[in-house]
Design a protein around this ligand. Structure first.
Ligand SMILES: Cc1cc2nc3c(=O)[nH]c(=O)nc-3n(C[C@H](O)[C@H](O)[C@H](O)COP(=O)(O)OP(=O)(O)OC[C@H]3O[C@@H](n4cnc5c(N)ncnc54)[C@H](O)[C@@H]3O)c2cc1C
Length: 409
């Protein structure tokens, strides 16, 4: 029985290992268009590879077919992934946000073990081979790249569109479509947000470990904690990437999208008390000096302009006046930026949309074409920031792999 896998990302490699391990009698062939497998995996989690999360819920996974992701995840969850990868040599460490990394904190060690395992088991890895066309003829698949290959079972593990420079440029959608599958409209997610705030460039480089809230048409939608990084085009950092999915949904519906940043990472009452204390003790001090030591110097002038714009009061000198204390508190606690756009696939960590999951069964086999499987990001499933996309890669690879090993018995 020949099993061919298109794509040497985490989902494809994991499936190849599972199948070859359980069925040494199978010929397992993995095609990778790059000159090495796992290029994207190396860059995950800032090179540290956040490969799952201790806290795993339904809300962490998204699909048009809402209940579908958990049907798969429940068959192979975060604990299963940690255990299985441990057997392969990858020992976990967990940070204070539940994110799981290899103890070495190096993504390269995860990749090394997957490659080692494939080599040891005898998975045939064919590098520099871009499969461009697939047709199903009678009982077999005919794959065409630089040459033609025949296969009994085909697994499409080509990834989505995020970071196309790593090799996942959406070709899996075309292969799926040509085999009769419907594609849910795709777009970037876990991506930086753009703002048209006039003075944004002055904020560039300011990083705050705080909370960010997403507002759509003035209504709070979500709140995330973590680093917020100001850039010359808008906002980045884990808290923003986490909010990007809902922000993009709002933008696509032409709604007013805003991100509110707590500039001091303190409760509102604490900020009020601090400002009051400073105003009492520093009464009559110039605006710039008052904020020195509280917020980054780079942004003090912009801050003044915003306060002037908001209240039409003069703010050259700080006085101990309740209205002023309140306005400063509000601005520090709820620094709001209008979001006007988002970065593209080149910056994104994942893809929304993809192969319609209503056309695959709960073993990830096509309902339209026998022995055709889809796994990983190519499917219409995406996870939140925090290890959930790699969890999807392991879960989907496992579920399809576990089905394939029972073929021909
Ligand atoms: C910068 C960055 C950081 C990330 N960090 C994290 C993180 O810390 N935690 C987390 O959970 N997720 C993270 N992700 C997301 C995660 O990496 C992906 O969801 C995951 O790699 C998807 O796995 P996959 O196997 O489906 O596809 P991919 O990893 O995209 O692999 C697909 C492979 O298929 C190959 N291929 C494509 N088409 C063909 C073809 N026609 N022929 C041959 N080969 C082909 C590609 O070259 C590629 O190697 C990150 C993503 C990015 C971009």
């Amino acid at each position: 029985m020949i099993t061919s896998i298109i794509g040497g990302g985490p989902s494809g490699m994991f499936l190849a290992i599972l199948v070859k391990e359980a069925r040494p009698d199978f010929k397992v062939r993995l095609f990778e268009r790059n000159n090495r497998v796992g290029k994207k995996l190396l860059g995950t989690g800032n090179g540290r590879c956040n490969y799952t999360n201790i806290d795993l819920r339904k809300e962490n996974f998204h699909s048009e077919n809402d209940s579908f992701p958990m049907e798969i995840i429940n068959k192979f969850n975060n604990i299963d992934a940690i255990e299985k990868l441990k057997q392969y040599g990858i020992y976990p460490t967990v940070d204070d946000r539940g994110r799981v990394y290899p103890l070495s904190l190096q993504g390269s060690s995860v990749l090394d073990f997957l490659r080692y395992k494939m080599e040891k088991l005898g998975v045939e890895v064919i590098l520099n081979e871009k499969i461009d066309k697939v047709i199903k003829s009678k009982e077999e698949f005919i794959l065409t790249g630089s040459q033609t290959y025949k296969s009994d079972i085909l697994v499409v593990a080509t990834g989505g569109m995020a970071m196309p420079q790593s090799g996942s440029d959406g070709i899996g959608y075309r292969i799926g479509r040509e085999l009769g599958h419907k594609i849910i409209e795709f777009g970037p997610t876990i991506v930086q947000l753009e703002s048209d705030f006039r003075r944004i460039k002055e904020f560039k480089g300011v990083r705050i470990d705080t909370s960010a809230r997403l507002y759509i048409d003035g209504q709070i939608q979500d709140e995330k904690t973590g680093d917020v990084l100001f850039t010359d085009y808008g906002l980045s950092g884990p808290a923003i990437l986490d909010l990007s999915r809902k922000a993009i949904e709002g933008l696509k519906k032409s709604k007013k999208v805003e991100i509110s940043i707590n500039l001091l990472a303190l409760e509102k009452e604490e900020i009020y008390d601090m400002i009051l204390y400073r105003a009492q003790n520093l009464e009559g001090i110039e605006f710039e000096k008052f904020f020195n030591g509280i917020i980054n110097k780079k942004i003090i002038q912009s801050f003044k302009e915003i306060l002037l714009f908001k209240s039409k009061e003069k703010y050259d000198i700080i006085t101990c006046n309740e209205k002023i204390i309140q306005e400063i508190t509000n601005l520090l606690y709820d620094f709001r930026l209008k979001i006007t756009g988002y970065k593209g696939f080149g910056n994104a960590q994942s893809t929304t949309g993809g192969i319609d999951t209503t056309e695959v069964d709960f073993n990830l086999e096509s309902k339209l074409v026998n022995n055709l499987f889809f796994i990983g990001e190519v499917l219409d499933v995406d996870g939140d920031c925090g290890g959930y996309n790699l969890q999807w890669a392991w879960s989907s690879g496992y579920v399809a792999g576990n089905t394939i090993i029972n073929r021909g018995r």
